[in-house]
Design a protein around this ligand. Structure first.
Ligand code: SAM
Length: 254
């Protein structure tokens, strides 16, 4: 994937609403995210009748960079700041404080945008997400862009991706690499189903046995996830086609 981080101004003033903390590396994530979302929204504008943006882990709309006085626009508000705005937005989060702050921020920033808010665990409310999409109609082509930014592997189930893929849908998934690195022993334990749910099959264990001398666990998870997407008929160039976001402090992969 060739993305050159753009010059969007991510900074925003403190509006005193609920604002979760992030590390300084989040700035790279937001720039890359905006760049791709902007590219997607612009290039699909003439090809589809409606473009829908879905943020599965939307957050509160603003983030506060820890140990600084800097606040940044989060992914749902960045998706509202693309040059050719999407026609429809769906924002999900299981934290009611996030949904409530996000709603107020969207109403201030883009009061006329067509937005649906769905509180709850995305893995349990997936059918509602599909219901909130513009209905299928003859001759009307609807394309979704679904962004998934989970804290941990256990927050996202592959079954959720598979259900959403029933509609025309592009996915951008941020794989939280620190989680499998930190919890490798726990996830490898036969009693854990975290990775099974994330990749949608227990067969990863057999594959890991073959690969464990060649690659690290986090790289394996990213690569296996990518191969699972190809089972849903998505094309992906493998790991070379992914982007690594690193923690600026310790150069850790995130
Ligand atoms: C890493 S933050 C994403 C923030 C947002 N993408 C941003 O950067 O502006 C993850 C968010 O997902 C929410 N979350 C975690 N697990 C979830 C789940 N299973 N379903 C819905 N939301 C979840 C958390 O409340 C949190 O707000």
């Amino acid at each position: 994937m060739n993305l050159r981080p753009s010059k969007i101004d991510l900074g925003v003033s403190d509006d005193k609403l609920y604002t979760p903390e992030v590390g300084s590396w989040a700035e790279d994530k937001y720039r890359l995210f905006w760049c791709y979302a902007d590219l997607f929204a612009t290039s699909m504008k003439e090809k589809w009748d409606q473009r829908v943006y879905i943020d599965l882990f939307a957050g509160a709309g603003h983030s506060h960079v820890e140990e600084t006085d800097r606040c940044l626009l989060g992914t749902p508000l960045l998706a509202l700041r693309v040059a050719h705005t999407f026609d429809w937005y769906i924002f999900c989060d299981q934290d009611p404080h996030c949904i409530s702050a996000l709603r107020k921020r969207v109403e201030t920033m883009r009061p006329t945008a067509e937005v649906r808010y769905i509180p709850g665990n995305v893995n349990r409310i997936t059918s509602y997400i599909l219901e909130e999409m513009p209905p299928l109609a003859p001759g009307k082509k609807v394309l979704g862009f679904c962004f998934a930014d989970p804290f941990r592997l256990r927050d996202l189930h592959f079954s959720t991706i598979k259900t959403l893929a029933q509609r025309y849908m592009d996915f951008m998934v941020l794989i939280p690499a620190m989680d499998p690195l930190r919890n490798e022993m726990i996830y490898l334990d036969p009693s854990s189903d975290v990775v099974d749910l994330f990749v949608g099959t227990p067969s990863w264990r057999e594959e890991w046995r073959k690969k464990q001398k060649e690659i690290t666990f986090d790289t394996f998870i990213a690569s296996f996830f990518s191969s699972r997407m190809s089972h849903l008929n998505y094309t992906h160039g493998g790991l070379e086609d992914s982007l690594l976001v690193r923690s600026s402090e310790k150069n850790l992969s995130l």
